[in-house]
Design a protein around this ligand. Structure first.
Ligand SMILES: Cc1ncc(COP(=O)(O)O)c(C=O)c1O
Length: 284
C-alpha cells in the first residue's frame, strides 16, 4: 500500500480508495506520463526539473497537462501528509494519464512510498550489469518520434521485462545497447562514466531519457573539479573506462562493478564526490 495518495482536485485520499476508472487510458494503453522523485527531509529533490520533464513528455505525447503549478501543489499536498508520517527517504510518483477512453481531463495523482533499503544498497555495493540490445540504431529514435525517445511515458513493460531478463542472467540490471553498438542507459537509469577528469553522460540525440540526476551531477561536477561532456560511447569502449555509474532519482548513484561479467575499474573517490554532490545518503 502506498503510504500517501493525493488526487488532483481531491487532495489526500485513503490509499485503499479506488482513484481510476476501468476505461482510463493509462491502464488500457499505458497512455500517460509520470515522474519518480526522491524525497528527503520531507522535500521533493529537483522537483522543478521533474515537472519540466513531465510537461515536455506530455507535449511530445500530445495531451494537455494541468499547469505545472497545479502539479507542484498536488506534490506539496502529498508531501505535507508524508511529513506527518515519516522522516525517512521516500519516492514521490507524479502520474498523469490521458484520461478516460471517451474523453475528459487527464487523471492526475501523486503517491509517496518509503524507499526500501534494497533500492539504496547499490549506492554502497554497486551493480552488475548485462548489455541488452535495444534493437535499433542510436539515431533511430530521433528519426522515429513515435518511439518516444526522451519521453517518460507510463508504458514501462519493456523496461520491466529487460530488468527481469537481467536478473535471470545473474545480474542486477540491464544496460541498453543500440543495434550499432552504443551503450545508452539502464532501463530506469542514466549512464555516467569517467574519462580522465571528464564526467560524461550519453548524448540526448540518442533518444535516452534526459535524467534529472545525471543533469544535476553534470551541472555541479565542476565543484568537484571535474569537466563534463555529453557524447556517445560504444559498449566495448565502456568496458575500458576508469569508472562508470547508473544514476536515477530513487536509486541514486550506483557504480557499475561488472559489465557482462567483466570487472570494471573503480574510482571510489569520484563515487563519494557524486554522492556528496547530489546528497544521496549511502546505507551502512
Ligand atoms: C529510461 C530512464 N533513463 C534514465 C532515468 C533516470 O532519470 P532520473 O535521474 O530523472 O530519475 C530513468 C528514471 O526512471 C529512466 O526511466
Amino acid at each position: 500500500m502506498a503510504m500517501v495518495t493525493a488526487v488532483l482536485h481531491r487532495g489526500v485520499v485513503d490509499s485503499d480508495e479506488p482513484i481510476l476508472c476501468a476505461d482510463d487510458l493509462g491502464v488500457l494503453r499505458g497512455d500517460g506520463v509520470f515522474e519518480t522523485i526522491n524525497v528527503r527531509d520531507g522535500r521533493a529533490f529537483l522537483l522543478d526539473r521533474h515537472l519540466a520533464r513531465m510537461v515536455n513528455s506530455a507535449r511530445r505525447m500530445e495531451f494537455e497537462l494541468p499547469p505545472a503549478e497545479e502539479l507542484a501543489a498536488l506534490a506539496e499536498r502529498a508531501l505535507e501528509a508524508w511529513r506527518e508520517r515519516s522522516a525517512g527517504e521516500g519516492a514521490l510518483r507524479l502520474v498523469a494519464t490521458r484520461g478516460r477512453e471517451h474523453g475528459g481531463p487527464p487523471t492526475v495523482f501523486a503517491t509517496i512510498d518509503p524507499v526500501p533499503r534494497e533500492r539504496t544498497l547499490p549506492r554502497r555495493d554497486g551493480l552488475r550489469v548485462v548489455t541488452a540490445s535495444l534493437g535499433v540504431d542510436a539515431d533511430a529514435r530521433g528519426r522515429a518520434p513515435w518511439l518516444l525517445g526522451g519521453v517518460k511515458a507510463l508504458s514501462y513493460a519493456t523496461q520491466m521485462a529487460v530488468g527481469r531478463w537481467a536478473k535471470s542472467q545473474g545480474a542486477d540490471d540491464a544496460l541498453w545497447v543500440s543495434a550499432d553498438g552504443y551503450a545508452l542507459e539502464g532501463p530506469t537509469s542514466s549512464l555516467l562514466w569517467l574519462e580522465g577528469d571528464t564526467l560524461c553522460t550519453t548524448d540526448l540525440s540518442s533518444g535516452v531519457l534526459p535524467g534529472t540526476t545525471s543533469a544535476f551531477l553534470l551541472d555541479n561536477a565542476p565543484k568537484a573539479g571535474l569537466r563534463t561532456a555529453e557524447r556517445l560511447i560504444t559498449a566495448a569502449e565502456l568496458k575500458r573506462v576508469e569508472a562508470a555509474w547508473l544514476s536515477s532519482s530513487v536509486r541514486g548513484v550506483a557504480f557499475i562493478t561488472t559489465i557482462d561479467g567483466a570487472a570494471l575499474d573503480q574510482r571510489p573517490d569520484i563515487t563519494a564526490e557524486l554522492h556528496k554532490l547530489a546528497g544521496f545518503e549511502v546505507p551502512s
